[in-house]
Design a protein around this ligand. Structure first.
Ligand SMILES: C[S@@+](CC[C@H](N)C(=O)[O-])C[C@H]1O[C@@H](n2cnc3c(N)ncnc32)[C@H](O)[C@@H]1O
Length: 386
């Protein structure tokens, strides 16, 4: 019942025509950049003979785990065009160029112009892609930790772009809004623990939503956590100024370490919340089990997540994120429940929640019901009861 309401709300209010168009334009921009990179890196020559992503990374003198970046890129090109052939020898995938790469008929300037008509804030999403394109070789060859420094707030020059790319970009902000409205529907009141809260998309949207309804007192206690002290401090400054009366705590919590070893007791929390952070977990099932222990009986996890719509789906922003060692290597892959790094598909989420012992697992909204209206739909809330 509630899921049905949520699906209708997404369709009628949240997923505006602008958002649907922006997601489509972003997919087109990703194709443009990938073909551009393919040409710039001279893949036509390199792939005149079959090569694995690892062999390509080696030929380009890229850092080891760059194979994952190249794999995602070629899988995406393979799924969109028909100029590549794929073969598997002893489980290793190899790609070969079998036809000329496409002449991209659409132009990036046209995409930018159309995007800006949807609203200036949408341009950040293209800027982030352009950044990934510009820094591709630098981040994979000369300075492999470059992106990791940006993602943890240690690169002052790029701090502002990262903030916009995770907060003011409407395609990203939508995750925090979805989380807030789902919490409103599924959570009565109590203590909330936010994991990987970062620059504040989750807490900002939730507090603003509840405050608009005059229901902020449903948050009895809010423990905001991350592994970046810098993000914790800046989000704390903002939220304390805007919501001085809410009981908030600000802590370092590493989601790869059992939560009860980090001064948060078993059975002490009513809701564990994360916006685009749960997928960071190295061992996703161990993380979910640790969350389950931390929850009171009947407590719930609720994750607003970018989801993979197909097994090898590449999120456009992964053009930049895949330049980070952490993003590429943090997740332990598993053929059955996590075939790719980081983001999971809805089916993978249901599988891992089940293995971790949760009940009542649900994905909101009903993605099948929205398929015709929003074919590039990429955002969902994953929730289950401990
Ligand atoms: C994609 S960002 C999402 C941030 C925020 N929730 C948002 O939506 O704006 C992922 C966050 O996870 C944090 N993170 C990375 N590794 C982590 C870990 N091992 N434990 C906890 N948080 C981590 C990062 O510092 C970053 O803030």
């Amino acid at each position: 019942m509630a899921q049905k309401w949520y699906t209708e709300w997404c369709k009628n209010e949240l997923f505006t025509n602008e958002l649907v168009q922006a997601a489509r334009l972003l997919q087109a921009a990703l194709n443009w950049h990938l073909v551009n990179l393919y040409r710039r890196l001279n893949f036509s020559d390199l792939l005149s003979e079959p090569k694995s992503p690892g062999e390509l990374a080696e030929s380009l003198q890229f850092t080891d785990s760059a194979a994952i970046t190249i794999d995602a890129m070629l899988e995406r090109l393979f799924s969109q065009y028909s100029f590549l052939e794929k073969s598997a020898v002893n489980g290793a995938t190899r790609f070969r160029e079998s036809d000329n790469p496409p002449e991209i008929t659409h132009n990036l300037d046209d995409i930018r112009a159309s995007m800006s008509e949807l609203g200036q804030d949408y341009l950040t999403t293209l800027e982030f892609l352009q950044f990934g394109d510009d820094k591709f070789e630098y981040a994979l060859r000369e300075d492999p930790e470059f992106l990791d420094r940006i993602l943890s707030g240690r690169e002052a020059e790029w701090e502002e772009l990262w903030f916009r790319a995770t907060n003011t970009d409407p395609l990203q902000n939508v995750h925090g809004i979805m989380g807030a409205v789902a919490i409103d529907k599924l959570f009565d009141s109590g203590a909330i623990l936010e994991i990987g809260g970062g620059t504040g998309n989750g807490i900002r949207n939730l507090f603003s939503h509840l405050s608009d309804k005059n229901e902020l007192d449903r948050v009895r206690q809010y423990i905001f956590t991350d592994i970046s002290q810098k993000f914790i401090m800046s989000t704390r400054r903002e939220i304390r100024a805007d919501y001085p009366d809410v009981d908030t705590e600000w802590r370092f919590v590493d989601l790869n370490v059992p939560i009860n070893q980090q001064k948060i007791g078993d059975g002490s929390i009513d809701l564990i919340y994360a916006v685009n952070a749960a997928h960071v977990a190295k061992d996703i099932i161990a993380f979910l089990r640790s969350c389950r222990k931390t929850l009171r009986p009947g407590g719930r996890v609720l994750f607003a997540e970018r989801i993979r719509l197909t097994e090898k789906d590449m999120a456009p922003r992964e053009l930049a994120l895949n330049l980070s060692i952490y993003h590429r290597t943090a997740a332990l892959r598993n053929d059955k429940h996590r075939p790719m790094h980081c983001y999971l598909s809805p089916k993978n989420w249901l599988n891992v929640l089940d293995q971790a012992g949760y009940g009542n697992a649900e994905i909101w909204p009903d993605l099948d019901a929205l398929n015709d209206y929003f074919p590039d739909q990429y955002a969902a809330v994953i929730t289950a009861v401990a």
